[in-house]
Design a protein around this ligand. Structure first.
Ligand code: 1CP
Length: 354
């Protein structure tokens, strides 16, 4: 087993005692950091950063040089899988992701290959291996993937969407096509995450950014069912250590019990749910990650500290909490405020672990 200097994040996910509440930030490497913008400008475009292991490693480490974060997260994107399936991904400046060949019909789904993680996605595994080497055991490395449903929204819509009209039409008018797509994506995600674990990811997180746009019944049928399949297919112990799995459905606060029943180790919470309520509902089964509103990072350091205190108080005494934002940090945040957030968590949380 490789030694870790700081394993608070892994311990909290497994509800083992910690000295302070661990903290990391979704999208902690990114455009709010001037050093990221500089490297991104040099690389040309976002996917060139992802596909170069040295650059992806450098960007992953940038926030850790500034802040005492308790985990690193692989610098990559959820859309690497659809890209590897041949949909032709490109990022248009200011517009977000676009696919040249979106999924339209059954034939497109039947023809879709399941990518080999060490071939088409070998650049991601190289990034994981490089980051693990450069982290030198300081903190654990988080691997990740999108949920099948969230990936399918981009693949069917052809990019980001506000209304999700195309994918909902497929779900309601041609559900057999969507189910075949989701099943292929679940198989691809299992291979992809297991390869990340073998390459060195010490925990994995599944981002279901768009599960919360569904009715409770449709969430179970089109999103949760496939995350359940993934959790059952993942390597849960590697290199002598448990590999915790975190599920995050944005706007999924209504469904925590069903999410916990997948057998995952932790649930990511957005800011629309009170962490005390979440703990009362599922705290005996899973650890919780979250859940400060990312927009709070625009307030003063004093106000941020008060909010951190309220969330720590909501979770209460003991382990099982990984502090985070309820969604990604936005590009317009002052890095100073991110630092104030992280320091507040470490300073104020010690009292909850006596
Ligand atoms: O420099 C740039 O212009 C690119 C911006 C960017 C970045 C920094 C994108 C494009 N992706 C990323 C990195 C990224 N994406 C990480 C890296 C690790 C980290 O520091 O957290 C992760 C985990 C993601 C995951 C991701 N990508 C999600 C799931 C989580 C979430 O935020 O909801 C989603 C939905 C995406 C799609 C995506 N990629 C990029 C953009 C702008 C988007 C969102 C598009 C949309 O709103 O629909």
């Amino acid at each position: 087993m490789s030694e870790l200097k700081n394993d608070r994040y892994l311990r909290a996910l497994l509800k083992q005692p910690v000295d302070a509440t661990p903290v990391w930030m979704m999208r902690q490497a990114g455009r709010y950091l001037p050093e990221y913008r500089a490297l991104r400008a040099e690389a040309g475009d976002f996917m060139s950063l992802c596909k170069n292991a040295e650059l992806a490693c450098e960007v992953t480490l940038q926030p850790l040089r500034r802040f005492p974060l308790d985990a690193a997260i692989l610098f990559s994107d959820i859309l690497t899988i659809p890209d590897a399936m041949g949909l032709g991904l490109h990022f248009e400046t200011g517009e977000g992701p676009r696919f040249e060949r979106p999924i339209m019909d059954m034939r497109d789904v039947v023809n879709l290959p399941i990518p080999d993680p060490e071939q088409e996605l070998g650049y991601v595994m190289n990034a994981v291996r490089t980051i693990r080497r450069e982290l030198k055991g300081e903190v654990p490395l988080i691997g990740f993937s999108g949920s099948p449903w969230t990936l399918a929204t981009y693949m069917v819509e052809g990019g980001s969407s506000k209304t999700f009209g195309k994918i909902k039409k497929m779900a309601f008018a041609e559900p057999e096509i969507l189910h075949m797509l989701l099943d292929k994506l679940a198989d691809s995600v299992i291979l992809y995450l297991n390869a990340q674990i073998k390459a060195g990811a010490q925990s994995v997180m599944i981002f279901d950014t768009w599960g919360g746009i569904l009715t409770p019944r449709d969430y179970r049928e089109f999103s949760l069912g496939y995350m359940d399949k993934i959790v059952a297919g993942l390597i849960r112990e590697y290199d002598g250590r448990k590999v915790p799995v975190t599920l995050f459905t944005k706007n999924g606060g209504m469904w925590l019990e069903a999410m916990a029943a997948t057998g995952c180790d932790a649930l990511g919470l957005d800011w629309t749910i009170d962490i005390a309520d979440a703990k009362a509902r599922v705290g005996d089964k899973v650890a919780l990650q979250g859940n400060m509103d990312p927009a709070m990072l625009h307030a003063s350091p004093e106000r941020i500290r008060q909010e951190v205190q309220k969330i720590l108080d909501g979770f209460g005494q003991g382990s099982g909490h990984v502090f985070n934002l309820g969604h990604g940090i936005t590009p317009d945040v002052d890095p100073e405020n991110a630092g104030a957030f992280i320091n507040s968590v470490h300073e104020l949380s010690r009292l909850y672990h006596l």
